[in-house]
Design a protein around this ligand. Structure first.
Ligand code: SF4
Length: 452
């Protein structure tokens, strides 16, 4: 539990010496509790107090990283149950399985299919971030070879999934410079698996069949010197499906609440779920629920793009900072190869608005300029009603981006929803204002018929 200002005050020297820049120790304690001050600002705080305050300040859920540089992924470090309380920090990682029963061309094709699961949505690249190699063969050699093949043929992070410490040791030895996530240590293999994780500097999944057993297991793994742990609560076989979705959601929520609300350190780690049975539709439905509450990683079996895209879209939406609209850079965007006779229009820098306009202008096949006005990431009507979009902001954006040097005509197309500003805008800019359609889906017709 986070310390209150009064808890912190009890640990301070209480001399009110003001060296920290605050009038009293109590004022400093209150500022520290609200994260407006740093402990280092008090030069007289005792070592004992420093230890206690640092422990209390540690995040309730640990950060776990696997993969390297280009393919590194980060999990955990979440601080709230609900996004609106603050924000969620590290997006759920989607991973797809490749069985070590596959060899040669079959394995290559599977890895290529997983690599290809990358998409672009509202200007952001989203995609599968990891390959989970599954030790279906039961052979250590086959597992190590499949892991090595995946490492060589993919930039994605690796998850090594086996119950066998021998197979894990063999595969980890071949891939340790990629820092794979090792899945999993069970209560009976905890010591051996922790040794492999420690020797290869890899994070380790702790897998148990109840929350109590999981808490015991993480303590055991930690006592073996492994700090980076991911939780897997599952009653099914290692590569089997999640338990009933209702139970899984209940358990994941309980783990999260114990970690964040009670600061119960043995459960203060991110989680992994396996959704590898059922058809692509079923996997998509289950995975989306688990992304919402509260899987740090979801491992899937499907490589169907139509099933992956909604899962990735869900991740993108859930992990967007609710206090910060997704924005594009305010500037002039060139669609196609516009010239001095091409149309010029403006829109706002709310990402969804911009990319909708962009795709409709592209569809028109009329090379154009789109001037994006900075409205702090709000849409056209919201910006207009909040006075962030007016004749002055548009005229300023036109001047700042020197739009007069891009086109020799003096015509500006404005969104139909703000037709009301056309008179004042014409006065402010001395440009002819053309009122475009209200719905940008009508832009292709407008550009082809009215502009041309
Ligand atoms: Fe109190 Fe430390 Fe600030 Fe001095 S520097 S007023 S002891 S908190």
């Amino acid at each position: 539990m986070a310390l209150t200002g009064l808890d912190i005050f009890k640990l301070l020297p209480k001399t009110n010496c003001k060296k920290c820049g605050m009038p009293t120790c109590l004022a400093f304690a209150m500022a520290l509790a609200q994260k407006r001050a740093k402990l280092e600002d008090c030069p007289d705080v005792s070592e004992e107090a420093k230890g206690k305050l640092a422990a209390a300040a540690a995040p309730p859920m640990a950060k776990v990283v696997f993969g390297t540089q280009n393919n590194q992924v980060q999990l955990g470090q979440e601080t709230v149950m609900f996004r609106h309380e603050e924000k969620f920090y590290n997006p759920t990682v989607l991973a797809v399985t490749a069985s070590d029963k596959l060899t040669g061309e079959d394995l290559t094709k599977r890895i290529e299919a997983i690599n290809a699961l990358q998409f672009e949505r509202v200007g952001t690249k989203i995609g599968v971030k990891a390959i989970a190699i599954i030790n279906d063969s039961g052979s250590s050699d086959a597992f190590a070879q499949a892991a090595a093949a995946a490492k060589g043929a993919s930039d994605l992070a690796l998850i090594l999934v086996t119950q066998s410490p021998d197979a894990m040791a063999a595969a980890a030895a071949k891939t340790k410079d990629s820092v794979p996530l090792l899945a999993s240590a069970r209560p009976d293999t905890a010591q051996e698996m922790a040794k492999i994780a420690k020797e290869n500097s890899c994070p380790l999944v702790a897998k148990a069949e109840s929350i109590d057993a999981l808490a015991e297991l993480t303590e055991k793994i930690k006592s073996e010197g492994v700090e980076d742990i991911v939780l897997n609560l599952s009653t099914g076989p290692l590569s089997g499906n999640v338990p009933g979705l209702r139970d899984q959601l209940f358990n994941l929520s309980k783990i999260r609440a114990l970690a964040l609300k009670k600061v119960f350190r043995p459960l203060g780690y991110p989680t992994i779920s396996f959704v590898v049975d059922g058809d692509a539709d079923t996997q998509a439905a289950l995975a989306i629920s688990l992304i919402c509450k509260y899987s740090g990683i979801v491992v899937l079996d499907t490589v169907e793009p139509y099933a992956l895209l909604p899962m990735l879209t869900t991740v993108m939406n859930i992990f967007t900072d609710p206090q910060k609209p997704v924005q594009v850079e305010p500037k002039v965007y060139r669609i196609g190869e516009p010239n001095e006779n091409s149309p010029l229009m403006f829109t706002t820098n709310f990402s969804l608005t911009y990319y909708t306009v962009e795709s409709d202008v592209e569809a028109s096949r009329v090379p154009s300029y789109i001037l994006v006005v900075d409205t702090e990431g709000t849409s056209v009507l919201t910006a207009y009603s909040g006075d962030k979009l007016n004749e002055k902001t548009v005229a300023d954006a036109m001047a700042k981006n020197s739009v007069g040097s891009l086109v020799k005509h003096r015509k500006l197309i404005i969104p139909g929803y703000v037709a009301v500003m056309s008179g004042k805008l014409e006065e402010a800019t001395n440009w002819e204002i053309m009122v475009g359609p209200r719905e940008c889906s009508m832009l292709p017709k407008y550009l082809q018929e009215v502009w041309n």
